[in-house]
Design a protein around this ligand. Structure first.
Ligand code: XMP
Length: 513
């Protein structure tokens, strides 16, 4: 495995992605991880990430943001990237200084000598830079391998000790040959093999889960989404009937969701699958509420009440399992250095662990989303589950503007089913990140037969996205749009008009509420 020491760069996760894409396992540790912790991982190599601090300003100060110096004498190769390159140079006797010109964006790299990090790479290529400091004098035993116009020591190496520094970011897709450089580091220099496979991961994870859990029972909130579904199947493989996978029907879910869950998981999870119809409680909790934030709170609170009640029915529950991902762990600052700004505080099922006083079991806390999808495939989970569009926890409640009633939830579920059916039939499901109807609460006049009607306007929101952080509206072929709109106004008497949302995120969000 490879250890990545995190100095707080926005690209640290990207380094981990690039390494994992090469089928090499890696973990991100805080920059100041103790040398025993690092040694204990038995890494084949260490990568020092970039970061927001300045190797010039912190020199000689208390808050030096240095890795443990023994990192450089572990006997394994070290690759420093950007700040990692500068801090390595500084610690090993080189000099860093403010660069006369800051570099952000593309620069042309010229290789001075063929080094093992650049095997098979042409002598001139584009690299992505983002720095204000630079290495000004080589540390002892190092050579210059490459330079850009503004950074004469942009690539340095001590090949005897297998220490490498790059001012640019090989992990960023704009850097030409970035993957080749990372491959060279992993395979040529660290001697890794591309053999990190899901099958091996499953065997290790199930063994670990068994030991951790012992004879306790494990409770899991099964939503039917990718993460909780894969977690349920994995846990069932590991501990069988000790798993209690509780699916709560909030009344705000897609049409036929409970039946779908039973069909997809009934056989696989056997008696571990528990379905609870709590829709009466959810609609009661939502009665009279129109404010979006209050809706979310009412749903969260009701969910916890229902779940708590279910949990009390079983003896010996010691753990609550959650499908927390590596991204969530990193974003909440739990794994990494704490130097990167906390982007969001992660609450998978808001408030549950504290309320229930169980220990947390997070089998995916070292996996990325697409790795969970791969794991789903490895565990033979239906594509219908693994390739599913994301669905928000509060369900249709955030897509029904104004008061949420059982009647309106029924209308939106019907419209959603029509959209789903049509886009699957047209073969465009996988081109879209999310698509859904929104009950706008606006009313408009229509004419049905010879009668004037005055019913609700339904909006369709369809977006493409990579991670949900930014999104563009989906350019749906007009014939498919027309078909969906016609079906909705014909089949749902409470809808007078269909409109298509053409806002991108930002500034709009994906959901309307
Ligand atoms: P927004 O609306 O913030 O949505 O652009 C981004 C992604 O997050 C989902 N989303 C939620 N998921 N609970 C969830 O579990 C929520 O309260 C929630 N709000 C938004 C949304 O569906 C999209 O995928």
């Amino acid at each position: 495995m490879i250890v990545i020491l995190d100095f707080g760069s926005q690209y640290t996760q990207l380094i981990a992605r690039r390494v994992r894409e090469q089928k090499v396992y890696c973990e991100i540790l805080p920059y100041n991880a103790s040398i025993d912790v690092i040694r204990g991982k038995h890494p084949a190599g260490v990568i020092l990430s970039g970061g927001p601090s300045s190797a010039v300003e912190t020199a000689g100060k208390d808050d030096v943001y240095e890795p443990h110096p023994a990192v450089f004498t572990l006997g394994v190769p070290v690759l420093g990237v950007c700040y990692g390159h500068q801090i390595m140079a500084r610690m090993l006797g080189g000099k860093v200084k403010r660069a006369p010109r800051r570099e952000f964006g593309l620069s042309k790299m010229t290789l001075k000598s063929a080094g093992d990090l650049f095997v098979g790479i042409e002598p001139k290529f584009d690299v992505w830079m983002s720095h204000g400091d630079e290495v000004a004098a080589l540390p002892h035993g190092f050579k210059t391998v490459g330079a850009t116009e503004n950074a004469p020591l942009a690539a340095i190496a001590n090949t005897t000790k297998r220490l490498y520094g790059l001012q640019f970011h090989p992990e960023v897709s704009h850097t030409e040959h970035g993957n080749d450089i990372i491959n060279n580091f992993l395979f040529e220099i660290c001697g890794e093999a591309p053999d990190w496979q899901m099958a091996g991961w499953v065997a290790r994870a199930t063994a670990e889960i068994k030991v951790t859990v012992g004879s306790s029972k494990v409770l899991l909130a099964l939503s039917g989404g990718v993460d909780s579904s894969v977690a349920a199947v994995l846990l069932h493989e590991a501990i069988g009937e000790q798993l209690l996978a509780v699916f709560v029907d909030t009344g705000l879910l897609k049409a036929g969701e409970t039946e779908r869950i039973r069909r997809l998981f009934g056989k696989r999870l056997e008696d571990s699958l528990i379905t609870v119809d709590a829709s009466v409680e959810f609609f009661a909790a939502l009665k009279g509420i129109t404010d979006p934030e209050k809706k979310r709170k009412a749903i969260g609170k009701t969910f916890i009440e229902v779940f708590e009640r279910e949990a009390k029915r079983y003896q010996g529950v010691g753990f609550l399992a959650q499908g927390t991902l590596y991204t969530d762990v990193i974003e909440s600052g739990r794994a990494a250095s704490g130097m990167a700004h906390v982007i969001k505080t992660h609450h998978n099922v808001g408030g549950l662990p504290e309320k229930l006083n169980f220990k947390l079991l997070e089998p995916f806390k070292n996996l990325f989303k697409d790795e969970v999808r791969l794991l789903g495939k490895e565990l033979d989970i239906a594509k219908e589950v693994v390739g599913r569009h994301p669905f928000p926890g509060p369900g249709f409640a955030v897509r029904i503007l104004g008061e949420v009633t059982r009647e309106r939830a029924h209308i939106i579920a019907e419209a959603d089913a029509i959209i789903d059916e049509e886009i699957r039939r047209e073969g465009i499901y996988d081109d879209i990140w999310q698509i859904f109807p929104v009950l706008t609460g606006a009313k408009s006049v229509g004419v049905v037969g010879d009668q004037r009607s005055y019913e609700e306007v339904l909006a369709i929101r369809a977006v493409t996205s990579v991670d949900g952080m930014t999104a563009d509206w989906y350019r749906m072929p007009p014939s498919i749009m027309a078909n969906i709109a016609t079906r909705i106004v014909n089949e749902l008497p409470n809808i007078s008009r269909v409109v298509y949302d053409i806002s991108s995120k930002p500034p709009a969000t994906i959901e309307w509420e």
